[in-house]
Write a protein that binds this ligand. Sequence first.
Ligand code: PMV
Length: 346
Amino acid sequence: SQVDTANFHWSAPSNIALVKYWGKKENQIPANPSISFTLENCKTITKLSATKKEGYENFSFDLLFEGKPKEDFKPKIQKFLERIVLYCPFLKEYHLSIDTENTFPHSSGIASSASGMAALAMNIMSLEKTINPSISDDYFYSKASFLARLGSGSACRSIKGKVVVWGENKENSKNSNLFGVEFSNIHSNFKNYQDTILLVDKGEKQVSSTVGHELMHNHPFAEKRFEQAHENLSKIKTILKEGLISEFIKIVESEALTLHAMMMTSMPYFILMKPNTLEIINRIWKYRTETQTPVCFTLDAGANVHVLYPEKDKEKVLDFIKNELVGYCQNEQYICDQIGDGAKSY
Ligand code: PMV
């Protein structure tokens, strides 16, 4: 290739699944389809500087995290680059300087792997486009999602907004196990939908998602669960299209509890919720019943709670959160986020 040095700069957001991905096959192929809201404020911002090397046979890289060398992140990036070099052989000719930071506190219990892998994948696709300017936008974004998936499965849903489906499912032949596809048919009731993330426990995860997915092999309820995810995906697509918020709440909360139920019924078994997670859930249910405000929760593979609600209810829900829920958060910490548009270049 002709390019000697080139610099790129992308951000990519985190995402929160509504129908959860839990269980995978070889090569990061999901055992069931999933769908998520792309977030707006929780993101990784990554600069890539690529310099052509002479006389080398493989890629090399250095890594800055928040401006400082970060040795403990290097094996993950190394493994990611090793996986994708098959699809991006041009990488072998380059030294990559990666400079990355998150907008949310590290080890806040918010996974940075989705946003981090997505931001790096976008930068690598920019390098590919610099070398080969004729690639189409569609190829660019689909392949970025494909590469991100190889870093962390759910990262493939962080390239585009505002709602992304990952995984083959009956009704829609556009959807793929290999990359995320935007779902654009969304009712205005979900416009700027809010996600306030309550940081209940900022500690290291008890169970890595790699181990978690693994535990779905030989899980007694796996087949039923995968079937249910297909059904819930098909239902939630109609719900999003028609703006049915009360139906949305039922599926989203049930999915969160099912994800945790899978962990509680695997061997070995885990409880990733904390007492404060349950306190918050009960407070949300009580508030919803008493005020008829359509607020609900979801969880990822940890103790933090994502509180989801329409933009029109923002003021009163934030009052409720400040008055009744922040006391259950570690150091009273929470993050205000909402549905967003996906990766951005600078
Ligand atoms: O992308 P991974 O392998 O870290 O898996 C993430 C799984 C969940 O966050 C629990 C669910 C999901 O669909 O994002």
